[in-house]
Design a protein around this ligand. Sequence first.
Ligand code: HEC
Ligand SMILES: [Cu+2]
Length: 322
Amino acid sequence: MQGDRAFPGAQSAFEPAGQGAEQIDALAFVLTAAGAAVFLVFCIALAYSLTHRRRASGPQTAESDRRSTRWIVTTGAALPLLILIPLLFYTFHALSANDPANRDRSLVVEVRGRQWWWEVRYLDEDPARQFVTANEIRVPVGRPVELHLYSDDVIHSFWVPSLQGKMDLIPGRRNVLWLQADSVGIYRGQCAEYCGLQHARMALQVHAEPPDRYEQWAERQRSPAAPRADSAGQSAEAAFLASGCILCHAVRGTPAGGRLGPDLTHLASRATLAGGILPNNRANLLGWVANPQALKPGSKMPSVPLAPDTLHAIVHYLMGLE
Ligand code: HEC
Ligand SMILES: [Cu+2]
């Protein structure tokens, strides 16, 4: 299912687009089908026994006692075990196939749940090659990605239903999940554990891309923000750097180094703003910077009063962070 145009991307566990979600989908189907079949047989047996009641003919004998005991043991213990044990082993099998330990771990992404957005850090053995982004995880199609899930505030839950089952992000703990997208596309995810006022507006997108496009994107993300060449760009940058924004936001390559809000170094390359609630375009950026509390009440970004000129200059600067 495609979402509305502003927010493309499937978000359905019944439309798996990767191995993890496929295994869960198959497991859910098998367990539901087996449960339904058992229930059907049970209903038929119940209906039969209600309509074919025989009046006890003659006194109970040792023979009829033995017969009913045999029935009770077969249908009450042996039959359920015969059905449940294979299902149990099938479940174990499906779970172990979904274990991150059995995957290639060359691409590791750290995801930190924040009230109410996602910080996404691409790890690399060479620290200079690490980079940070927000609310958007790009992955090369067909390659497993290991996710390390953290939280510093409250419990969140990472769930991209089309790609993998959900897993909690718990303060003080590292949880590990993997996912792999098998076809190019945008997959929507959502925080799945109530985490405060704006929990419902804490979404993310996974963009699965061909490997070469992914590499191009990653290479760009690694680089610091490009210096502004024109005078309008330079004065816009000065307006941003003189504002309170830099207390909370970082733009690599500039003195802005705040850590409370999303890294803005390549903001313009992202599809959405503020936990996936707004498509990233000029109008929404203006609206967001002018008054985030109107769009996401309670958000940890305060509405900062800005003169109209300053507001436009800052938005101009942000639009150039490609
Ligand atoms: C007190 C800290 C703080 C200050 C000051 C602040 N922000 Fe934010 N900003 C945040 C937080 C936290 C978020 C994430 C909000 C959310 O999605 O719930 C955010 C989100 C954003 C986003 C969306 C980023 C994304 O990828 O979704 C933009 C753009 C932004 N801020 C720009 C600014 C600008 C411009 C200023 C200065 C006028 C500013 N911020 C001042 C904390 C702050
Ligand atoms: Cu939440």
